[in-house]
Write a protein that binds this ligand. Structure first.
Ligand code: HEM
Ligand SMILES: [Cu+2]
Length: 539
């Protein structure tokens, strides 16, 4: 007879093990993924509220709803929350945890206790980051980049904030370590590297960046902390330190970090597109290898954030060239997705809509990145709203939409219930429309010279700012609609079968929701992940 663990859905309590502790001390990768998911969505909500408040301030020149110092704290907090608490952990820690073992036919990740420990570190880091706002000398006002020497001289609570970042970094490193080991050691015997779902390949590439690049950030923020505490001159030129050194160290992590954010989203899109085009993925190997290529080449381009910092011209040339090189693997992916859709039998369901939103917005972000990667044009738009537009297109349009796509693809599997598809479709129009209204004008006012990180501006920029602020309201309407539609996954009878979309990766062979214990014995047969012959959808 199977144990209750093999039949009871993982969301439901097991006999004798229920309540909050069965979640926060769980070593089940699926439950840990859910813990991350709730935290990440909460942090997203916090970040959005702050973003909307900033937009409100910017609706008119001069002071509107907050003063300069409050605005500085707001953009710092918004950046820290969105980067370190939302997009970096976002897809890998939530969906990666839930799906990685299921997709490779493993019982769990390699180190389940380390896994829950990572979540506790994440929670500690999040609590400290929020605490830094209310304690010490007021909320940090440096921007999420903590640039020296200002971050060492400001009397605001930077010390606690960098400690929080340090702890969050460890959480990320441990997740990466866990995933690499799991993929190497725990694949089902028949799950060869060539049969790995592309989402797994993307997590694998990401995990290497998490493991190798994050320690650099840890060291860097630790040095800022030490310098603030002890007053030794590491980075502050007044004390004989070197501020450029800080920028190098910071971006050696933080540029690869943008790939920690985006590569898993690319993996999500690579899994969704073939399933909804009913056609095998075009260029499986190219997509898998391009994830690794992005991880590798992406580690060599950090100084494109520093073209105006006074580096040598040779360095500028080299980093500009390398930046163009790293665009290639991303373009390879976009090409392959489009080629997969070509002549497919397309089902325009919500997951595909969000994946298409990803391709469109990410491409806009990526291509404008080339304007920034070429030093001549970068010097003109550096530190303007052009940059703000660019990175929102990449990280929000890319990773954010990738996460939305993942939710619409896998929530039926996770909860056993379908969301409201009409609301999902309606929200997509509001989100894509609101998004472009919010961020596109920023390209234009950026080109006109509107600097970033200012609460005030010249009247010549007001039209763009008004459109942008109204766009933020449309976007929020889209978010509310989307989450309202998704919340249907939380109530009512569980009616979704094993494979509502007719997808071919292993997790769709399990019940929805999967039971507590899965793949105690590895599966005998491992499907080809994108071959749809004979795969039926059952909802
Ligand atoms: C409703 C959604 C959002 C709105 C209204 C919004 C708005 C803004 C505004 C007004 C700024 C300040 C620009 C400046 O003065 O330089 C900003 C900066 C920023 N945003 Fe957003 N944003 C939103 C969503 C997001 C998301 C989803 C992410 C990440 C996934 C994100 C990441 C950032 C980052 C990293 C900064 C830079 C902070 C800094 O300069 O230190 N934002 N955003
Ligand atoms: Cu970069």
């Amino acid at each position: 007879m199977p144990s209750p663990g093999e039949t009871v859905p993982f969301l439901d309590p097991l006999p004798g093990r229920s309540g909050l502790t069965s979640w926060i001390f769980s070593t089940d990768h699926k439950r840990i993924g859910m813990l991350y998911l709730w935290c990440i969505l909460t942090m997203f909500a916090v970040g959005v509220v702050i973003g909307v408040l900033m937009r409100l301030e910017l609706i008119a020149p001069g002071r509107t709803i907050m003063g300069a110092q409050t605005y500085n704290a707001m953009f710092t907090l918004h950046g820290v929350v969105m980067i370190f608490l939302f997009v970096i952990p976002g897809i890998p820690a939530a969906f990666g945890n839930i799906l990685l073992p299921l997709q490779i036919g493993a019982e769990d990740v390699s180190f389940p206790r380390l896994n829950i420990f990572s979540w506790w570190l994440y929670l500690t880091g999040a609590v400290l980051a929020v605490t830094s706002l209310f304690t010490g000398g007021g909320p940090p006002d440096t921007g999420w980049t903590f640039y020296v020497p200002f971050s060492e001289r400001t009397t605001t609570n930077v010390s606690l904030a960098v400690v929080a970042v340090f702890i969050l970094g460890f959480s990320s490193i441990l997740t990466g370590l866990n995933f690499i080991t799991t993929i190497h050691r725990l694949r089902a015997p028949k799950m060869s590297w060539g049969k790995l779902p592309l989402f797994v390949w993307s997590l694998y590439a990401t995990a290497w960046i998490q493991l190798l690049a994050t320690p650099v950030l840890g060291v860097t923020v630790a040095l800022v902390f030490i310098e603030r505490l002890l007053g030794i001159g590491l980075f502050d030129p007044a004390k004989g330190g070197d501020p450029l050194l800080y920028q190098h160290l910071f971006w050696i992590y933080s540029h690869p970090a943008v790939y920690i954010m985006i590569v898993p989203a690319m993996g999500v899109v690579s899994d969704i597109i073939p399933a909804f085009a009913r056609k095998s993925i075009f260029g499986y190997k190219a997509i898998a290898v391009s994830s690794l290529a992005i991880a590798f080449a992406g580690s060599l381009v950090w100084a494109h954030h520093m073209f105006t910092s006074g580096m040598s011209d040779t360095a500028v040339l080299v980093f500009s060239f390398l930046t163009f090189v790293v665009a290639i693997p991303s373009a390879v992916k976009v090409f392959n997705w489009v080629a997969t859709l070509y002549k497919g039998s397309i089902h325009l369901e919500p997951p595909l809509l969000f994946a298409l939103g990803f391709i469109f917005l990410f491409s806009a972000g990526g291509l404008t990145g080339l304007v920034l990667g070429s030093a001549g044009t970068d010097i003109h738009v550096h530190d303007t709203y052009f940059v703000v537009a660019h990175f929102h297109y990449v990280i929000f349009g890319g990773t954010g939409f990738g996460l939305f796509a993942a939710m619409h693809f896998w929530f039926p599997k996770i909860f056993g219930r379908m969301y409201d598809r009409k609301l999902a479709n309606a929200s997509w129009y509001l989100l894509v429309g609101g998004f472009n209204m919010l961020y596109f004008p920023m390209f234009l006012i950026g080109l006109m010279g509107m600097p970033r990180r200012y609460y005030d501006y010249l009247p010549m920029y007001q039209t763009g700012h008004i459109i942008s602020t109204v766009g933020s309201w449309v976007l929020v309407a889209g978010l509310v609609t989307m989450f309202w539609g998704l919340s249907k996954c939380l109530r009512g009878p569980r009616t979704v079968g094993r494979n509502p979309w007719g997808a071919a990766t292993l997790e769709w062979t399990l019940p929805s929701p999967p039971p507590h214990l899965t793949f105690l014995d590895p599966p005998d047969e491992v499907p080809s992940p994108y071959s749809y012959a004979g795969v039926k959808r059952d909802a």
